[in-house]
Design a protein around this ligand. Sequence first.
Ligand code: HEM
Length: 264
Amino acid sequence: MNRKSVRAIGIACVLFMLGWLTAATVSAADREKLLSDPGVYGTFAAFRIETDWGKLDQATRIANLTSFRGVVEQHREKLAIDTYLMRGLSDHADFMLRVHGAELKDTQQFLVDLQNSAFGRYLTSVVLLNGLTKKPNYVPGFSEQLKSDLKGPSESGPYVMVLPIRKDTEWWSLSQEKRAAMVQEHTEAALPYQKTVKRKLYHSTGLDDFDFITYFETAKPEEFHSLILALNKVKEARHNRRMGNPTLMGTVRSLDQLIEVLAQ
Ligand code: HEM
């Protein structure tokens, strides 16, 4: 075993011990409910780490990352917090947090506490998107066959893509019936990808500068690429005024895994 791997194992052990000490003091939010219920706020916060971070010695980096872990664990009582590594796949950010909460002010407090922590000094917030989960608007009117086709399980991660979407004013002035027909066409075109692409939709009209945040996980980015090409062909896509910009791409990581990468 070379010196580099001994050092990496050492860092992992220290981080594990620190994590265990903090995690043991907090109770977990009802994650399942926050991730599946309608009426839950979803916030995506992406950060860049300042170049000064790389100049810090290992011990100082670990101490700062312990403050990061502490803030996350402290807020896990009320919030479901997911962590993603963006570095290497996105030029926008080094890492991203997806926060689900019943109250937006809890999410705000978490992000303020993070920025005020020792680690926060090295962070620049580069993207912040807000949305809300809702009951399906169109699915209840679909045929029983289409409803059951949509029910199958989807493979998750490790790749994640997040794209904000803004519709044009014409879309919102169409009748529910016309929109439903176009969303049905969208659904039928997307169905071949239901198994390989996991999705979640957030409504953002009035909460941000766009109408939806679309969130996807897949093991096969090429499937996601083909899905977007298939969806670009349907009528509903003509009403997209903005899609992406930014497109955030990264990989799903546990908090421990993310901290380990940032500590190196
Ligand atoms: C696995 C692939 C996909 C499937 C099976 C799928 C299916 C659906 C379904 C069933 C709805 C209607 C939800 C409701 O009843 O409210 C919907 C809405 C929507 N989808 Fe997809 N979708 C997929 C991929 C995508 C992709 C790749 C995008 C864009 C990047 C997208 C953007 C949207 C948007 C913006 C809505 C909301 C439309 C509205 O409420 O006006 N979907 N999708």
